[in-house]
Design a protein around this ligand. Structure first.
Ligand code: NAD
Length: 297
């Protein structure tokens, strides 16, 4: 079995690393915040002293950090993983980052005789815990084939979408759909409430029809409970939409709908909600119409 270095033990990284341990992999883990490391060490991981130290141990180095600058820091920075890695090490970046950055990091990794795939995920914390994430990968097929079994421990679907960067391009498409879907659910529930129909009744009546979605099932109950504990934070979704808009403008694909939802998320950030779950987008619509969609006690 390949030895795994795991970097980034936040909301997602912790359960993903624990699932690898449960599947019998040896894992050495590091995060710049010690609490995440301690939790995974108590589940059986070895404690890494730095990103470099983790890579020196590993055949496969997984990164699960917020965005492109953090992946660059963790892999290419001072005491970064690439400096500890032996030739042939495979870097699997599972963070959601700009696909252009994935290609840049891969080029540096290959200069050292190592390999890289990008493999961002969808499904959030519950699916990270269950090991049922949707994983979308980019990279060379022969490299992907060497880490496919490891990815299958963390996800129930693992799809190679193309060359390096293709995983993150696919993830941007995913985030565009999720953002617009959350906005539509918010808009619809607030409309119903203002027109005198209980949001719960609307949700139950339509969830099995064409308007139903995984997003609606995950987020409408949170909106009605006023439970905005993340999950997936507004500031991470802003990061993804920035990457989507940046990539789209580079390739010449206008994103009018995404740009509107981006401005709603900027309203949330300006009002102090950026660390809440992205279901708190409903607050924007509630503020526009002077109502809320909470369940009646
Ligand atoms: P998080 O902020 O909870 O965790 C990120 C971790 O990375 C933190 O513990 C942080 O200390 C660590 N980190 C940052 N820089 C580092 C460095 N240089 N070296 C080592 N560790 C470093 O974020 P998360 O929610 O776990 O998300 C991680 C990635 O997964 C993001 O790209 C996010 O967009 C993506 N994602 C998240 C979800 C979700 O529901 N939370 C779902 C799908 C994808």
């Amino acid at each position: 079995m390949q030895k795994i270095g795991f970097i980034g033990l936040g909301i997602m990284g912790k359960p993903m690393a624990k699932n690898l341990l449960k599947a019998g992999y040896e894992v050495k883990a590091f995060d710049i915040v010690k609490a995440g490391v301690d939790e995974v060490v108590s589940a059986g991981a070895l404690e890494g002293k730095s990103n470099r130290d983790v890579a020196a141990f590993a055949d496969v180095v997984i990164t699960m950090v917020p965005n492109s600058p953090q992946v660059k820091e963790a892999v290419l920075g001072t005491d970064g993983a690439l400096f500890g890695a032996k030739p042939g090490t495979i870097f699997v970046d599972m963070s959601s980052i700009n696909p252009i950055a994935s290609r840049e990091i891969c080029a540096e990794v290959e200069k050292k005789g190592c390999f890289m795939i990008d493999a961002p995920v969808s499904g959030g914390e519950p699916k990270a815990i269950d090991g049922t994430l949707a994983i979308m990968a980019g990279g060379k097929e022969e490299v992907f084939n060497k880490v496919k079994d490891i990815l299958a421990v963390m996800g129930s679907s693992v799809t190679l979408c193309g060359d390096i960067g293709a995983g993150n391009t696919t993830k941007l498409a995913n985030q565009v759909i999720v953002a617009a879907n959350i906005a539509a659910v918010s808009e619809a529930l607030v409309l119903g409430k203002k027109a005198g129909v209980k949001p719960e009744a609307i949700y139950q009546a339509i969830r099995g029809g064409l308007a139903g979605s995984t997003v609606m099932d995950a987020k409408a109950p949170m909106m009605m409970d006023g439970n905005f504990k993340p999950g997936f934070r507004i500031n991470l979704h802003i990061k993804d939409l920035n990457n989507a808009i940046d990539t789209a403008h580079t390739v010449g694909a206008p994103l009018p709908l995404t740009s509107s939802v981006m401005e709603m998320m900027q309203w949330l950030k300006a009002n102090g909600y950026e660390t809440e779950d992205h279901s708190s987008l409903v607050r924007y619509y509630e503020s526009l119409s002077g109502t809320d969609v909470r369940r009646e006690k």
